[in-house]
Ligand binder design. Structure first.
Ligand SMILES: [Zn+2]
Length: 253
């Protein structure tokens, strides 16, 4: 007979989340008032005794929660209007819920884009692929080029709500730095060639004005994103993961 469990497993919180929680409580208590400038990265590093990377990740987390705003070129500020409800780390969607959402939303967008994509757009997409594949492009800029690639396709549909949806999906993706990094750094060939292959197939379908091919190329890309790092192997079998695996095993591509 199994004994009743007495203990809860000890789960270590990532450091960035501990930092984010400290800053969030200062914002919520009003010690850091709405609209005020945040401390600089260096001050935060000094006061919190963590690395700059941890501070950056914490600020991204706070930005996603709507507590902090980054103004380009002038740093981070406490949001003018604080959100009424803050999503806590644990309440975030599972990584694979995000993969499935991208699979459906972004492939529908790719199909739409194939009907109206112009040469200027596909040229911009090709330039972004070149940046991703360039070995000299650092990892964070590679991520940025990838995000811009997907946003450019959404913009080409002329539908602002779809653009916002893609922006939101990519914002959520920032919450999974471990999965994203693991995936991007340890592809099967351990290089960047799959960035070229997968994105190029999408661009070619757009140039051919073929909605079905564009839809399928985007689906494959979103699935591959999950499979490159063999992430399926370490996931519990949720309903979402089962559906994705079924898609993954579907032939005809
Ligand atoms: Zn991509």
């Amino acid at each position: 007979m199994r004994r009743k469990r007495l203990f809860r497993p000890v789960v270590q919180k990532p450091r960035y989340r501990i930092v984010a929680e400290q800053i969030a409580s200062l914002i919520q208590s009003g010690q850091l008032p709405p609209g005020s400038k945040m401390l600089t990265d260096r001050e935060l590093v000094e006061q919190l005794g963590v690395s700059r990377a941890t501070v950056r990740e914490a600020l991204i987390a706070l930005e996603i929660q709507g507590l902090v705003e980054t103004r380009y070129g002038s740093g981070s500020y406490v949001a003018e209007t604080l959100p009424e409800y803050v999503i806590e780390g644990e309440a975030l969607p599972q990584f694979f819920d995000l993969v499935e959402a991208r699979f459906h939303v972004e492939s529908a967008i790719a199909a739409l884009a194939a009907k109206s994509c112009d040469a200027q757009t596909t040229q911009a997409l090709r330039a972004l692929i070149a940046r991703m594949v360039d070995e000299n492009t650092p990892f964070d800029q590679l991520e940025e080029a990838d995000r811009e690639f997907h946003l450019t396709i959404a913009r080409s549909t002329g539908n602002t709500v779809l653009v916002q949806m893609v922006a939101d999906l990519w914002k959520l993706r920032l919450r999974y730095p471990v999965e994203t990094r693991r995936n991007n750094m340890f592809g099967p060939e351990n290089n960047r060639s799959y960035y070229e292959r997968e994105h190029m197939r999408i661009v070619e379908a757009l140039e051919a004005g073929d909605p079905q091919a564009a839809e399928r190329a985007m689906q494959v890309h979103c699935l591959q994103f999950a499979q490159q790092g063999r992430l399926f192997a370490v996931q519990p079998r949720t309903l979402t993961v089962s559906r994705l695996l079924e898609e993954y095993e579907t032939p005809g591509d």
